[in-house]
Design a protein around this ligand. Sequence first.
Ligand SMILES: *[C@@H]1O[C@H](CO)[C@@H](O)[C@H](O)[C@H]1NC(C)=O
Ligand SMILES: *[C@@H]1O[C@H](CO)[C@@H](O)[C@H](O)[C@H]1NC(C)=O
Ligand SMILES: *[C@@H]1O[C@H](CO)[C@@H](O)[C@H](O)[C@H]1NC(C)=O
Ligand SMILES: *[C@@H]1O[C@H](CO)[C@@H](O)[C@H](O)[C@H]1NC(C)=O
Length: 750
Amino acid sequence: MALPALGLDPWSLLGLFLFQLLLLLLPTTTTGSSGQDPVPRVKYYAGDGRRVLSLFHQKNLRDFDTLLLSGDGDTLYVGAREAILALNIQDPGVPKLKNMISWPASDRKKSDCVFKRKSNETECFNFIRVLVSFNATHLYACGTFAFSPACTFIEHQNSYLKPILEDKVMEGKGQSPFDPAHKHTAVFVDGMLYSGTMNNFLGSEPILIRTLGPQPVLKTDNFLRWLQRKNLSPTQHRPGPLPPSPGDLAIPSAPISMGPENDVGGEKVLQKKWTTFLKAPLLCAQPGQLPFNVIRHAVLLPVCPGPEMSGVSRAWQISGTRSSAVCAFSLKDINRVFEGKYKALNKETSRWTTHEVPDDISPRPGSCSVSPSSDKALTFMKDHFLMDEQVVGTPLLVKSGVEYTQLAVETAQGLDGHSYLVMYLGTTTGSLHKAVVSRDSRAYLVEEIQLFPDLEPVRNLLLAPTQGALFAGFSGGVVRVPRANCSVYESCVDCVLARDPHCAWDPESGICRLLPASIPKSWRQDMEKGNPEWACVNGPRGRSFRPKSRPQIIKEVLAIPNSILELPCPRLSALASYHWSHGTATVLGASSMVFNGSLLLLLQDGVGGLYQCWATENGFSYPVVSYWVDSQGQPRALDPELAGIPRERVEDSLTMFGGGAALAAQRSYWPHFLTITVLLALVLSGALILLLLSRLGALRARGKVQGCGALPPGEKAPLSREQHLQLPKECRTSASDVDADSNHLGTEVA
Ligand SMILES: *[C@@H]1O[C@H](CO)[C@@H](O)[C@H](O)[C@H]1NC(C)=O
Ligand SMILES: *[C@@H]1O[C@H](CO)[C@@H](O)[C@H](O)[C@H]1NC(C)=O
Ligand SMILES: *[C@@H]1O[C@H](CO)[C@@H](O)[C@H](O)[C@H]1NC(C)=O
Ligand SMILES: *[C@@H]1O[C@H](CO)[C@@H](O)[C@H](O)[C@H]1NC(C)=O
């Protein structure tokens, strides 16, 4: 196919086709990841003040499923249930409602919908599925319209939406699904809308269709079953324990397909049908592992440093836990596969055979020629739409225990001048992972942010680069997430260890800052190694060894003798290991113990001096917090080594139990009292943690159910009755992220 000649646009179609086709695949099982599961360095729970999110919501509005950015990047259009909104996102903080128009399904369609036994509370509405910018004055929108897909143009002036007139609403079959739970995708290129979804009420007829614009409407031929999974190639990596289900062949990889724009359909054969439809399997696997095989979302990289396309795919592990992968496929490889041999099913022998391009057919079947291809070529095409070779991708990120639903990517230039790929990944449980791909094509997770209070799926993610923010749509609203909050990294060491390309240390102000367009030379960052020794201690030039890093501040505690002192140690990084030291000793004495990260100190004779909590990360140790403990009775002289370090007085709020005179008299009982108290605290906290964990487990399970993931056979549903009762409602209202595929496995394994 003459792809380069077509420019970039046809590649946008990849997203469309990828997304659509995968829905037809049977998921195969896969084994777990190969040990190197990245852990988010920092985790923020919903409402954490260190990562302030701004939530836009509106009374009586739900299902903020579709997001579109205006051309100037200042307005966010949102398709919610039965409404379309224009939000002003120019200022940081909560998006402001500019205006809103309603687009409900008509009463007649609603009553038809109810008559067809669909729910009047969760399904018989107009769920917006397509929202694109048609031209300078009009948007184009499609919705499910109570199981009767409809589309319309929406006029706007300075991003103010004009009301939709009922007579301007058109039929939208093939552009929007009937059922809000069905998958769909749409790309608007060169005035034409390419959409992929289910073309009927039952959701049994997949379709790729090209509409709008001057060219004829073009569809995939349903009779030829190009999109049906029965037509896919036999598996080469079929996992052992799975019995094949009758009549279905599963492939471990996901196919992609494409049709260039100048396809006008055939004359006799394939009239008004794609004549350039081809598809090729995508393979995404770690070496020695079973491949990932369900694509959830695919994006085209804005700039192309290396692999040009990424897709999120999700796989199901045999054990029943989920894992996800992000894979990059290069356009060059895709090109090569589409120029290779074809594969076809021999109907007599029911075997797959490989076919060369017939010599007498020119141009090549499936290629984009200006005029319609010959009938001979089209007849060949009808059975030879599957490429023989697979497109092999690079797994950038493989994460177990997480199911990604959405992906947004951008590149960020680090201080070293290199462009780093930054991926934002939404999960089925409402959290966001910020992942950065290092130069060796491996991603690490900078942070995890819980976006919503409930564990529900992220329905849509949209980057607004000029606003420096990401918008996430979910059932209850739209959340604005700033790209980064560099101020959470309070020291140079922390700032460098974070390896966030958006943040660097400014030594002059002593603050970890967001990288501006032009970066001052003195700023520090080490994206490649995350080595604070180099970036913070010795500077980028000298790499000489310096054994210990000095604390930035010392907290002075004046403690009452014979009391128990609690010295907390904030643990920011999940990648660090923490330990306490006393003076020069790394081993603590008998009168102290570490509990929940804090140091508990019984203030007896001889106790006092310097206590430091150390973090060791990436081979570098540094004091997170340093305390100088002075007993009231016996003040100690400050270590001369610590001279010059600023000091801060901490009031004795850290003292857990005051030591009264009576207790002081019974000093010998103190160690026993301490032991018993601490043991009691441990037992109580243990019980509390167990209780919390079990509650959390129940919540998680509910989160799973909301994503409609069927529990694998044998796994008991940890749900109470009431939670079960909520299931149908939640499943029906959730949008594209509902994973219909997950049900297949359950039946297949069973
Ligand atoms: C960034 O982090 C700092 C320090 O934790 C916090 O005070 C501030 O509110 C945060 N800002 C945002 C926008 O999250
Ligand atoms: C749905 O229908 C039921 C019975 O037909 C009715 O009681 C209920 O109010 C309806 N709900 C809505 C939201 O219209
Ligand atoms: C945009 O498209 C609409 C719908 O086809 C049309 O009515 C309108 O004139 C177009 N506007 C411009 C500026 O081309
Ligand atoms: C453990 O420490 C964290 C913060 O340091 C605190 O929020 C939490 O309550 C502590 N847990 C227990 C059981 O003490």
